[in-house]
Design a protein around this ligand. Sequence first.
Ligand code: ZN
Length: 147
Amino acid sequence: MRNIERIFVHCTASRQSATVNDIKAEFKKNGWKNPGYHYLIDKSGVISQLLDDSGVSNGVKGYNSTSINVAYIGGIDDTGKGVDNRTEEQKKSLRNLLKILHKKYPDAEIMGHRDISPDQNNNGIVDSWERIKECPCFNAKEEYKDL
Ligand SMILES: [Zn+2]
């Protein structure tokens, strides 16, 4: 069993209407052997498990071996800007899933991707694909501190 220290919340930074298969295709395009997230929540709130918890996903460089990665599909507006556009269904599923995961890994901290990513050049400019300053486009630490 892996030692889980953190549960990271992400957005996919894709169209909200993207399907689980679209996101999987994206991983493949990136040349990733493993998916970017263990769990993925589509706009209707359906949770798909892409990888067993025992596996290592590709969510946060440098932290993957000790983390579980969870994402909702969406997180950008029509112009590509980061936005919290979670549907009510996504919010509900996300909270339920995190509750279950936190029960399973009580010592793990729930946080957003952006809460750990360094601002590499300290100039606020980051790779658009990773959106390390924004992802998941809301304050996950605050929202789930009661779990
Ligand atoms: Zn992320």
